[in-house]
Design a protein around this ligand. Sequence first.
Ligand SMILES: Nc1ncnc2c1ncn2[C@@H]1O[C@H](COP(=O)(O)OP(=O)(O)O)[C@@H](O)[C@H]1O
Ligand SMILES: Nc1ccn([C@@H]2O[C@H](COP(=O)(O)O)[C@@H](O)[C@H]2O)c(=O)n1
Length: 729
Amino acid sequence: MANYHFVYKDVEGASTQWDDIQRKLGNLPPKPPAFKPPSFTPAEDEDSKHKDKAWIDDRTEEQLEDLEDDPDLDDDRFLQEYRKKRLGELRQAAKVQRYGSVVPISGSDFVREVSQAPPDVWVVVILYKDGYPECGLLLQCLEQLATKYPATKFVKIISTDCIPNYPDCNLPTLLVYNNSAVKANYVGLHNFGRRCTPEGVALVLCQSDPVLNDGQSGSEPSSREAVLKGVQQRLIEKVVRDHEDDDDDGSSSLRLDGLLSSPSSGRSPALPLSSSSSSTLADSNGPKQPFVIGVSGGTASGKTTVCDMIIQQLHDHRVVLVNQDSFYRGLTAEEAKCVHEYNFDHPDAFDTEQFLECIEKLRRTQSVQVPIYDFKNHRRCSESFRQVNASDVIILEGILVFHDPRVRNLMNMKIFVDTDADVRLARRIRRDTVERGRDINSVLEQYAKFVKPAFDDFVLPSKKYADVIIPRGGDNHVAIDLIVQHIRPKLGQHDLCKIYPNVYVIQSTFQLRGMHTLIRDCGISKHDFVFYSDRLIRLVVEHGLGHLPFTEKQVVTPTGSMYTGVDFCKKLCGVSIIRRKILRGANFLANGTGIQYGGESMENALRACCKGIKIGKILIHSDGDNGKQLIYEKLPKDISERHVLLLDPVLATGNSANQAIELLIQKGVPESHIIFLNLISAPEGIHCVCKRFPSLKIVTSEIDVALNEEFRVIPGMGEFGDRYFGTDD
Ligand SMILES: Nc1ncnc2c1ncn2[C@@H]1O[C@H](COP(=O)(O)OP(=O)(O)O)[C@@H](O)[C@H]1O
Ligand SMILES: Nc1ccn([C@@H]2O[C@H](COP(=O)(O)O)[C@@H](O)[C@H]2O)c(=O)n1
């Protein structure tokens, strides 16, 4: 119904008499209050505002410049000083490099764009390939971070442009550079949690260094704590935002606990990181996760044979085998008395806790002492153990390796060797009578009483966990070939080669390992030491020569045919590093001179490979313990025009090497024309040299574990020069 009461209202809120009557009768609502316009307040004049620190903080650079002669500020010395300080900060901030996107680079740009970026700039490099969804996801996150943190440089490079043959299974890989050095690397997307988000990536990147810079604090390097706090704040805001979105449909619960854990406490517990997130490559710190293969199957199915074939075909020492048999429990006196009543096929016969501990240690890259089991006497050999070193691939073999889920879950690949029961029994009879000191009757009795029932109850049911089933065991060459092909890429290069693309470790073969075993043995004769060292050095030299520039060359062969080959650069020379140390007391070298000939021991092999090569020397003289070093040199006059093969058999701390390289560079040799050859290198030495000289190349035959407190390489090979020249007697 239409409202037929027309109420006239003037500005005072007055109305007609008729309306007043209606109000009294309750037909109209009470009279509204008289209208009063709001009081007028003029806008505050900028000049009359109180000027303090906060006011100055709000000014732009231009506004602060205009305040140079401001009378208010002239009266207040503190504010005038603060204005100047703030102006300085803003000018610095304006100078800070702005990147703002993920820039594609090629292999030839790498040194300029990454290694030679200004020292205060952090560079995040993604090694990627098109067509890999994980790479696409991480790239999206980096694009967002690049806009948020424009003072951090983000570049992307196709993995194989950066590192030839870089395995696709390592994609995407992030490398973080600062001041020409690799500060961190992350192999694979799992490092950034199950849900890879820009905020999560940011937090991981800033865990140990102030990698992300938004350029707000000028060119001053921000502290890690400050950067991390900012990144954490952004992550919290994101989590809260997501939570609020989720809450709209009432589906999620918020867990903020731990997000603000102190930076020193490491990774934030609420970060959605997977359990394998520790598998960064040599930070050089984070342990690398080995590839664990389980091989199960009934007794005498051919498990050991299959493992041996895989190991033989891989032909690489970075594969180790651990047999579950080694972890059979010892028998009590009672059990030993009636051993024929003991069920060796039941899961309880194994010390699974110890087996697990051993695997965990290997996964943490520690070596382990594995017991040796004596099947004839049903006990472990109490004194002998087998040392198993941490390796890229660990194979676990045994009838019940899939039985315990804790062991099973550590495996990346599970193989079941499936051989006909009759064939297995026949093999077992032969093996146990020939190798394990049993008679046929006892074998058959044990088989019927324990082996077969346990196979049906425990072994066969675990077959369902297998990823690969190999019928006919070791006779199945096709299956073994396929498995080998799958494992081979898991045998990556040394971690340091992945961080420093200019480090080359010559391909490890059993020949090479054999020679290393001989020359590292402290009991080897001098003659053999020299013989095998020369062989090894030649391999290193030959590899080093392969890094020299070459041109295509065609020759006519004796058959009159054309052969297209290469012609290596001929302008080269060798330079040996020799150390002289004034040593005192018992440390004085037996040769009476205190000279460690080091590099000279490599000259013979170099001469054998490069006929008539010129060889110079750099003598580094350390004066006792005071750290003072003097350098003497005898180098070819035209060394600046030559490629230099720098010789030192052992790279330990890298200090002498750096001095020698510095000297060569002073003499005009371009850094990229130096190839540093050594037999063994300590990771510390590689870091030290590669950080300072990213363009030279290091060629070595093995990278050792570390340096000890006396800065000697461990396991190492002692004072190489003294052993070579016999001056250590
Ligand atoms: N394909 C095969 N052909 C013939 N004998 C085999 C074959 N595979 C294994 N054997 C023999 O059978 C026995 C058990 O093999 P093994 O590999 O040790 O099995 P498991 O480790 O499963 O007990 C050994 O004596 C071995 O030489
Ligand atoms: N003292 C022992 C310990 C174990 N066995 C048998 O060894 C078999 C497992 O080894 P495979 O190489 O065949 O896998 C298992 O079936 C045990 O019965 C043993 O006889 N004596």
